[in-house]
Design a protein around this ligand. Sequence first.
Ligand SMILES: *Cc1c(COP(=O)(O)O)cnc(C)c1O
Length: 371
Amino acid sequence: MIVPFLDLVSQFHEIRDEVMPQLVEALESGDFVRGKSVEAFEADFAQYLDATDCVGVGNGTDALELALRALNLPEGGEVVVPANSFIATSEAVSNVGLRVRFCDVDESYTMDPRSLLSNIQAQSVAVIPVHLYGQPADMPTIMEIAQRAGLKVVEDCAQAHGASVDGKKVGTIGNAGTFSFYPGKNLGAYGDGGAVVTNDPGLSERVRRLGNHGRSSKFDHEFEGRNSRLDAIQARILRIKLRHLDTWTDRRNRVAELYRRGLDGVGDLALPPTVPGTSHAFHLFVVRTRSRDALREHLSARGVASGIHYPVALPELQAYRGRHNEAVPNSRGWAEQLLSLPIGDQLTDEQVTYVVDGVRAFYAVPSSRGD
Ligand SMILES: *Cc1c(COP(=O)(O)O)cnc(C)c1O
């Protein structure tokens, strides 16, 4: 059996009949960048999250950059970001002229609030909790720390569309939330896309202008911005997919539950923890084992694809190496133990059982069938 890591084509076939007429309508409308369908998606997504404002932008990295710029943070200020994330999180900080400071993650793989606290300095201006793998960060604690230290909070929600903390969707808790609609994300376009979400109308207006050349009207530019806009075709696709998102997230969470049942207590595997008060939107199902590379090989030989998120902690990347001495033992130590098993809205129970049995066989534990 072949179990792909990600299957975007099957998902397209599921919604083909909804997608095709929208593509034709988009082409026939002559509306290509921004416009009515982008506004409609922004309204839908804001409503879905229960936020007042949503601004569609070019991609998730731009969303982070634009949110940081719109916050008008003092130049040279430091922004605390978790050391276990995709480089976009820290890259955005540097690209807007701020300085990166790394903190560690805890067992949930998200920002460890104690590490955040110990990394706050006089020059700290903001913090970017990342809801990594779909697991919401500990927002109640992080917000409390940030408020006491006077830090702005930008939530990186690129992997956690629809996840929530105490019933509040991620992206609506800090000053702003940023989303990526890269095709492989839980809510993915058929190209690049992103959004900034906020309940602060002044902030959303600044993001909108910054991403549209600082434009206040067609020929008036209040300040210099840049070009980072969502296009109409992607907005139409996203509107369709948003209607399926909760069903797809339920499916992902069901796959995670099957993994949990089949793999609990197997070998030295550490399964993702369940964090009380949070509702996960499993973007990735990440386990930890000291035999990571051998297990990966074993699965690959059986047709099961897997991934590593991320093989190198951010401060160890060539881009940062030698310039950061923050203590991030979990992020550094776990990087060589992390393994992402296939998870997605198109995975069948049969495929999941096949993966489970492949992992069990690696540890010489009998098949889960007939349990
Ligand atoms: C994907 C991702 C981004 C960047 O999104 P793009 O749309 O690819 O620019 C940012 N942060 C995290 C955690 C991501 O996974």
